[in-house]
Write a protein that binds this ligand. Structure first.
Ligand SMILES: Cc1cc2nc3c(=O)[nH]c(=O)nc-3n(C[C@H](O)[C@H](O)[C@H](O)COP(=O)(O)OP(=O)(O)OC[C@H]3O[C@@H](n4cnc5c(N)ncnc54)[C@H](O)[C@@H]3O)c2cc1C
Length: 370
C-alpha cells in the first residue's frame, strides 16, 4: 500500500514539471507540502509527535518510488526523515520534540542537517564552526557548506565545536531556527544533478542558541552526527535504488518500442543483455538496502550494512543510468526522455552522506574486526 501510494503520488504530482524544475533549479515547494500531508516527511516518527510510526522498510519502499521520478524531492524527504526527524525522535528532549519534531514530521516545516564545512567534509572531526558556552546559551560562529534544504528549511541541526581541546568529544549538535539574528543563508549552488534541491552555504555570526537547544549531553554531537548519518545512508541508498530502477524501467519500455533492423531493439542480444545486467544489479542492491533497513528495524547494529547498501546502490545507480541513456540512443541524450536527468542525479549518491571511499573505510574497519 505504501509503495502504491508513493508510486501514484510520484506519477501524478512529481512527474509533471520535473524537467522544468531541473532546468530552472526550482525547489518543489508545493509537492513537498503535499508529501507532508500524505505522511512522507516523518514516516518513522512516533505518532505522538505527528509521525507515521512506520518502519524503515516502509520508508525505503516510499523513497524508491519517489526517487524513480524526482531525486530532488526525495533528497529533501530523506534529509527530513532520516537526518532531522529520526535524530530528534531518538535523542531530543520532550520539549524539543513538542516544539520542533511535530511540525517537521507533519511536513508543516522542513529541516536541514549541517555538518559539512569548507574544510571539513569527509573528515568531519575538523569542525571550525564554534559554539562558545556562555552559561544559559551558546554563541555560534562559522560557516557550513553544501546544506540540502539550505534555504527552504526552517529548522537546522548544526554541528559545532564547543571544546577544541577535547577534539571530536568537544563537538555538540544544536537546533537552530532560521530567523535568529546572525543567521545568514549564503549562495545557492549551481549543480550537475538534483537541481531542484536547494543546496546552500550558511553563515553564523554570534547566533545565540539557548542551552535547551543542545541535543543530548555535552560532547554528544559527533556521536549523534555519526549515528544519524548511518541511518541516513539507508535513505540515500534507497534514493540510489530508485534512480537505478527508474532508469531501468524507462530503458526496458523504450527497448520494446524502438525498432532497428526490422525488430525491437530489445531483441538484439546486446541490448537484452544490458537489461539483464541492469535487472540483476538492481536486485542485488535492493537486497542490501532491505537488509540494512531490516537490521535497523530489529534494533541491531546496521553500520556495516548501511555503508554496504549505499556503496553498492550508488554504484548501481550510476552504471544503470549510464546504460539507460545508451539504450535510448540519441533520445537518451535529450531532456524529454528523463534518463539524462537520472544519470546526472545518480552521481551525487556516490558523494553525499559519506563518499564511496568513506563507505569503504567504514566497511573495512568493520570486516577487519571479524
Ligand atoms: C549536493 C550536495 C548536498 C549535500 N548536502 C549536505 C547536507 O545536507 N549536509 C551536510 O552536512 N553536508 C552535505 N553535503 C556535503 C557532502 O556530504 C560532502 O561533500 C562529502 O562528505 C564529501 O566531502 P568534501 O566535499 O569535503 O570532499 P573531501 O572530503 O575533500 O573528499 C575529496 C575526495 O577525497 C576522498 N577522500 C577523503 N578522505 C579520504 C580518505 N581518508 N581515504 C580515501 N579517500 C578519501 C573523498 O572520497 C573524495 O573522493 C552535500 C554535498 C553536495 C554536493
Amino acid at each position: 500500500m505504501i509503495r502504491d501510494a508513493a508510486r501514484d503520488f510520484a506519477r501524478t504530482e512529481l512527474l509533471p514539471g520535473v524537467i522544468e524544475r531541473d532546468e530552472q533549479q526550482k525547489f518543489p515547494t508545493e509537492q513537498i507540502k503535499k508529501m507532508g500531508e500524505m505522511g512522507f516527511m516523518g514516516m518513522m516518527v512516533n505518532p505522538a509527535y505527528g509521525g507515521g510510526g512506520m518502519d524503515t522498510i516502509s520508508y525505503v519502499l516510499a523513497m524508491e518510488e519517489i526517487s524513480k521520478i524526482d531525486a530532488s524531492a526525495s533528497v529533501c524527504m530523506s534529509v527530513n526523515n532520516s537526518l532531522v526527524c529520526w535524530g530528534l525522535d531518538r535523542y531530543g528532549t520532550e520539549e524539543q520534540k513538542q516544539k520542533y519534531l511535530t511540525p517537521l514530521a507533519t511536513g508543516q516545516i522542513i529541516g536541514a542537517f549541517c555538518l559539512s564545512e569548507p574544510e571539513a567534509g569527509s573528515d568531519a572531526t575538523m569542525q571550525r564552526t564554534t559554539a562558545e558556552d556562555k552559561g544559559d546559551h551558546y554563541l555560534l560562529n562559522g560557516t557550513k557548506n553544501w546544506i540540502t534544504n539550505g534555504n527552504s528549511a526552517s529548522v537546522y541541526i548544526v554541528i559545532a565545536q564547543t571544546d577544541p581541546e577535547k577534539r571530536h568529544r568537544g563537538i555538540n549538535a544544536f537546533i537552530v531556527e532560521k530567523d535568529w539574528e546572525g543567521f545568514e543563508v549564503g549562495k545557492k549552488e549551481d549543480k550537475l544533478g538534483i537541481r531542484g534541491s536547494d543546496t546552500h552555504s550558511l553563515m553564523f555570526t554570534d547566533v545565540k542558541v539557548p542551552k535547551e537547544n543542545r541535543i543530548g549531553e555535552d560532547g554528544f554531537g559527533f556521536k549523534f552526527a555519526m549515528q544519524v548519518l548511518s541511518g541516513g545512508r539507508i535513505g540515500i541508498a534507497s534514493q540510489a535504488l530508485g534512480i537505478a530502477s527508474g532508469s531501468y524501467e524507462l530503458a526496458l519500455q523504450y527497448s520494446k518500442e524502438r525498432k532497428s533492423f526490422g525488430k525491437p531493439i530489445s531483441e538484439h542480444q546486446a541490448i537484452a543483455f544490458k537489461l539483464a545486467d541492469m535487472a540483476t544489479e538492481i536486485e542485488a542492491a535492493r537486497y542490501l538496502v532491505m537488509k540494512a533497513a531490516w537490521l535497523k528495524d530489529q534494533h541491531k547494529n546496521f553500520d556495516r550494512e548501511s555503508a554496504m547498501a549505499k556503496l553498492k546502490a550508488s554504484e548501481v545507480a550510476m552504471n544503470v543510468s549510464v546504460e539507460a541513456v545508451q539504450v535510448h540512443g540519441g533520445y537518451g541524450y535529450v531532456k524529454e526522455y528523463h534518463v539524462e536527468r537520472l544519470m546526472r542525479d545518480a552521481k551525487i549518491t556516490q558523494i553525499y552522506e559519506g563518499t564511496s571511499e568513506i563507505q569503504k573505510i567504514v566497511i573495512s574497519r568493520s570486516v577487519l574486526k571479524d
